[in-house]
Design a protein around this ligand. Structure first.
Ligand code: PRP
Length: 208
């Protein structure tokens, strides 16, 4: 599928299985979600541009490299928060924006309730992160939000996705590359991914 990267590394697959398991307690769920986020960050940043500079080692001069672009990480609240630390571990220079969206349980439409972005959003490479891409409504709205604030270079990173969610993002935002760990079969009538892992926000914060 166009603009879609599936990060099917064995360690990611192992961790997705732990997250899927309903007997995984909240504390382990948080730990593993953070760990997968770090591994996904590695793949998502693979083609980031670097600029060269000179580094003085204790013995000689060496070629150094630093990231060329400024990075902004934007978790979709709440569940996206569980992926921030994993990304920040490998991108400590990144700034963090927030967008709060919840799905109306009847209409399944995303409702926005909070947003705050760093000033350099328009010039930055923006990573929008959320563990779940179900109907795609939240990701679509989150990307629209970012574009309205001036962001031009956006990547979407989700852990578990559905074919319908991927299609919605591809149709509405063909310029946004999508990175996922798995594409599941589909959605149930409440818009939950099957087999999925349940509600990532609830399992992260213990609000089941
Ligand atoms: C979940 C999930 C995504 C969204 C995905 O959030 O974390 O943000 O649903 O569904 P969609 O693709 O159909 O929009 P939820 O609304 O449960 O809020 P929460 O993160 O606060 O639990």
């Amino acid at each position: 599928m166009k603009n879609l990267t599936i990060i099917d590394h064995p360690l990611v697959q192992r961790d997705v299985s732990i997250l899927r398991d309903k007997s995984t307690p909240n504390q382990l769920f948080r730990t593993v979600l953070g760990r997968i986020a770090g591994m996904m960050a590695f793949e998502v940043t693979k083609d980031f541009a670097v600029e060269k500079y000179s580094v003085q080692t204790p013995l000689a001069k060496a070629q150094g490299y630093r990231l060329k672009e400024e990075i902004v990480i934007v978790p979709i609240l709440r569940a996206g928060l569980g992926m921030v630390e994993g990304f920040m571990n490998v991108l400590p220079e990144a700034r963090v924006g927030h967008v709060g969206l919840y799905r109306d349980e009847e209409t399944l439409e995303p409702v926005d309730y909070y947003s705050k972005f760093p000033k350099n959003l328009a010039q930055s490479l923006v990573l929008l992160i959320d563990p779940m891409l179900a109907t795609g409504g939240s990701a679509k709205a989150g990307i629209e939000f970012l574009k309205n604030k001036g962001a031009k270079n956006i990547r979407l990173v989700c852990l578990i996705s559905s074919p319908a969610g991927i299609r919605i993002v591809q149709k509405n935002h063909p310029d946004v590359p999508i990175y996922v760990a798995v594409v599941d079969k589909g959605l149930n009538n409440r818009g939950f991914i099957l087999p999925g892992l349940g509600d990532a926000g609830d399992r992260t914060f213990g609000t089941e």
